[in-house]
Design a protein around this ligand. Sequence first.
Ligand SMILES: Cc1ncc(COP(=O)(O)O)c(C=O)c1O
Length: 416
Amino acid sequence: MSTAWTSRYALRTKGLKSSAIRELLKVTQNPEVISLAGGLPAPEVFPTQRFQEACEKALRDNAPAALQYGPTEGYKPLREMIARHIARYGIKAQIENVLITSGSQQALDLIGKLLINSGDRVMVEAPTYLGALQAFNVYGAEYISVPIDKDGLQTELLDRALRSGPKFMYILPNFQNPGGTTLSEGRRHELVLMADRYGIPIVEDDPYGQLRYEGQHLPTLLVLDRENLRRDNGYSIGNVIYLSTFSKTLAPGIRLGWIVAPPDVINKFVQLKQAADLHTSTFAQIVAYEVARDGFLDEHVRTIRNVYRERRDVMLAALQEYFPPEVTWTHPQGGLFLWVTLPEGIDCQKLFRTALEHNVAFVPGDSFYASNHVATPHMRLNFSNATPEQIREGIRRLSLAVKQQIAERQTADVSL
Ligand SMILES: Cc1ncc(COP(=O)(O)O)c(C=O)c1O
C-alpha cells in the first residue's frame, strides 16, 4: 500500500506556497525573454579566476580542514574577517557575535525558529522581501504591515503597529527589496528609539548595504541601537539582530551569509543550526575567505558598484524615454531593484502575461505584501542581471505592454 503523503504532512505545511518569483523565473528561462524579474547578480562580475585559485589553494594547503566537518559557528578566520569588516561601519562586534549561515535565507529561517510561535505577529514593511515572508510563514507568523514611502518605513505610523504587540520588526533599511528605497537617517533614529521604548527587537536585513551608487553611507540600526550605544565595548546585549551575505558581493552560489547578535542569542542560533545542517559548508567558507582576503573583496565591491550604477542609470534613462507620464518609479541609491507604480486599475498579472508576449519579464508587485490587500499596482524591476543593451530593449518592450494595458483599461472604463 503506498502512503498518502498529503494526509501525513505536518500542520505547519498547510497554506505554504512556492515563491511566486521562482515560478515566474521558470517562464523566463526562454532565451528570447529579457528578464528584469529575478534578483540575480551579473554573472560577468563573478570573480571566477579568483575562485578557481582559492579552490586550488584550499585543497592544496588546507584539505583536511576544508573537507572535514567544522564548528557550527563557522570558520574562525572568516568570522574574524567579518567582525573586522563591519567594525569599519562602527559595529562593535567580536567573533562571539558572528554566526556563519547558509545564506541570509537560512538566517531568516533560524529567526523564525527562534522567535515565532504559531500566531505570533511580525511587523513587516509593506512591501517587503518575499523570502522572509516564506521563511516566517512556516512558523505560523501573522503580520502587521507598515507602508514604506520614498524614505523607507513610515515611522510615524509605527506607534499604532507596535502597540498591537508584534514579536519583532523585520526591517530592510538599505535599498529595500523590492522598493529600492533607503530608510532616512532621521527615521533610523526614530525606529531604534521606538524599539527601545516598546521593548520590541529589530531584525535588520542588509544584503545590499555595500552596493551604494550615490550618496553617503547611513549608519546601520545595529550601530544606532540604544543598548549598543550605552556600552563602549563589545555587543553583549541589544535590540538588533543584523543579517548580511556574500551573495551580492561575491556569488550567491556559495550560499554564505552571517548573523550578528548578542552572544547569548548566537548560542541559541547555534543549537538551532546544528539541528538544521550541523554547519555551513566548510569548503565554501574557506574558499570565500581565500577569495575575500588581502583587500580583494573591497576592490571587487568597487567594480560591482561601477557596473550596477551604469545599469541602474540605463534603466532610469530608458524608463524616462519610453514610459508614459502616468507611471512613476523609485530612484534607488543602491541595490538591485527599482519599484514602478502603475496607474490604478491596471491588473498586474494581466500585464505580466502581456509583457511575456513582448518577451520581457518583471515581478508583479502583489507578491511582496504580507496581506492580500494592495492599494496600487506595482512592478519590481531588477537592473543587475541584464546587460545595458538588454535593459534598454527590455524597458522598451515593457513600455509597449504597459501602454497596451493602459489603453485596454481606458476602453473598459468607457464601456462601463
Ligand atoms: C532582503 C533579502 N534578504 C535575504 C536574501 C537572501 O540572500 P541569500 O542569498 O544570502 O540567502 C535576499 C536575496 O535576494 C534578499 O533580497
